[in-house]
Design a protein around this ligand. Sequence first.
Ligand SMILES: Cc1cc2nc3c(=O)[nH]c(=O)nc-3n(C[C@H](O)[C@H](O)[C@H](O)COP(=O)(O)O)c2cc1C
Length: 200
Amino acid sequence: MSPSDLSAPLPLPVRSQELLSRLAVRRSASAQLLSLPGPSDAEVEQILLLGARTPDHGKLFPWRFVILGPQSRAELSEAIAVLGETQNRTGKEIASLAKLANPPLTILVVSTPIEGHKVPVWEQQLSAGAVCMNLEHAANALGYCASWITDWYAYDPAAVALFGVEDGESIAGFIHVGSLSEPPLERPRPNLAHKVTVRP
Ligand SMILES: Cc1cc2nc3c(=O)[nH]c(=O)nc-3n(C[C@H](O)[C@H](O)[C@H](O)COP(=O)(O)O)c2cc1C
């Protein structure tokens, strides 16, 4: 990754029917259905570079990535399943670990806000969310399907610690990436008439 020239003008946006069409049908994958092929190492780097190109107030970059390959996810799923049993988690909660174990690639996005900074923590957390969405777009642009998942183990303190997430940090999401053999179905979308207020 070479340092970029901060004085170089960037191209202005141009109308792109390809991008418009893709955004109009974007859809998350079901995480447990994601299978090979997944991104190559070079593609993972590209996904991270594009994902990190996200608005953040104050240039704090208040997030970090953990690339979870299949081996570490198999080990983590096992350890979290044991943890879940000790906590009397439901069968459904234990089964949800398949979403963690199955996909070819998982990018864990950790929100790392600086407490007490003049930029409110809320804004720093929003930036981590924007990163998650950008990672999905980048994966889609390379032809892969993606899924942004949290699940109970993103909030359970003992499980969170197993991912190396430290005090003051939180899990913004697991971005699972891979391929689907069947196209996803549409889901209900909001009626914008109930969501939009227009003021002159
Ligand atoms: C922060 C966040 C956490 C999510 N966690 C889960 C989850 O744990 N399980 C799940 O089924 N969907 C979860 N979702 C929803 C999916 O990522 C996805 O948005 C949803 O299935 C709708 O599909 P769409 O993106 O195609 O509109 C989460 C979404 C967000 C923004």
